[in-house]
Design a protein around this ligand. Structure first.
Ligand SMILES: Cc1cc2nc3c(=O)[nH]c(=O)nc-3n(C[C@H](O)[C@H](O)[C@H](O)COP(=O)(O)OP(=O)(O)OC[C@H]3O[C@@H](n4cnc5c(N)ncnc54)[C@H](O)[C@@H]3O)c2cc1C
Length: 289
């Protein structure tokens, strides 16, 4: 579409996989990639629904440093899920949401962390005699803080956060030899969320659920400039988290069907209103005689 002309229309997607480039024609395109990436990288400027000024006012949710550990021996000190809350809660989140221009943030030590001992309920997640532990440290949404790596090879800021979290876990959970028992260590940082998944600013979650970015104030699920282009996932309504993202997909289906009811979709998913003949081997639509 050209500026000032008829509304542009989505006609399909181009994608690339191991076999090369492909084109797939489609009447409806639903982007479930990060909204900022869809708008700013995949669409030309005149087809974007949101301006630069709009983005400047958006607040990204926290990013994370993830620490994936293989630990020798058993860790009865840890349940499957553990939340370690530091008393400096407000300070931690003030730093996470500090203005980006103030340079690399020094994370408070201790800080609040989530720890999952996966092998507490799934022994197959590690070889016999070992435990699988995942540590999540909330950090500022800023891709410039860097990427993680294997065995300490990530960017220094990310590895420093990881070292501090392992030391804190050792001390708070009473596992003094934790660091020495680590046989596998892989970290992931804000730079990975941005670089690998095209996440805006490296946020791990999407636009934060501030009042101005919640409910009807959150980005909608239909492009204002490209007919046939819809949006789902954590950056649009209703928001962050797996249940919310599944509801976002449901909302696109309802919009396509013109269904303005407030309840969930019928289960099992009812056939669309426009009658479509069942394909070979498919059951007739529910309610058909
Ligand atoms: C560490 C962590 C812990 C979490 N814990 C929980 C939890 O306990 N409970 C909960 O409910 N939620 C949790 N969440 C949040 C939840 O995972 C997200 O809200 C949800 O997965 C987002 O789904 P999505 O479909 O929007 O995006 P994603 O699942 O990120 O999918 C987007 C996909 O788009 C792909 N993509 C990007 N650009 C392109 C492109 N140009 N072309 C093709 N593909 C592209 C990306 O590679 C990615 O696979 C957690 C998130 C993180 C990071």
């Amino acid at each position: 579409g050209l500026p000032g002309h008829r509304k542009a229309r989505a006609t399909g997607v181009r994608y690339r996989d191991a076999e090369g480039a492909h084109e797939l024609a489609a009447e409806v395109v639903v982007s479930t990639a990060d909204l900022h990436h869809t708008e700013r990288d995949l669409l030309p400027p005149h087809l974007r629904s949101h301006s630069r000024r709009w983005w400047d006012k958006q607040v990204p949710g926290p990013s994370t440093v993830m620490i994936y550990l293989g630990v020798e021996g058993e860790l009865p000190e840890l349940a499957h899920h553990s939340l370690f809350f530091a008393e400096n809660w407000d300070e931690t989140f003030d730093r996470i949401f500090a203005p980006r221009d103030e340079g690399p943030v020094v994370m408070p030590d201790p800080t609040s962390v989530y720890v999952s001992r996966v092998t507490a309920t799934d022994p197959d997640a590690a070889p016999a005699g070992h435990e699988n532990v995942v540590v999540l440290v909330p950090v500022p949404p800023d891709e410039r803080l860097g990427r993680g790596g294997v065995d300490g090879a990530g960017d220094p800021w990310v590895e420093k956060v990881a070292d501090a979290a392992i030391a804190q876990l050792a001390s708070w959970a009473g596992i003094p030899d934790l660091a020495e028992r680590v046989v596998v260590r892989r970290t992931v940082g804000p730079g990975d969320w941005a670089g690998d998944l095209n996440s805006w600013r490296g946020t791990a979650l999407g636009p934060a659920h501030t009042l101005r970015q919640s409910a009807m104030f959150r980005a909608g699920n239909v492009s204002r400039r490209v007919e046939g282009l819809y949006l789902a996932g954590g950056s649009v309504i209703p928001g962050i988290g797996l249940p919310m993202c599944l509801i976002s997909a449901e909302l696109v289906v309802k919009r396509l069907r013109g269904d303005t009811s407030t309840g969930p979709l019928p289960e099992p998913l009812a056939p669309p209103r426009r009658a479509v003949a069942p394909g070979p081997g498919q059951p007739p639509p529910a309610g058909a005689a």
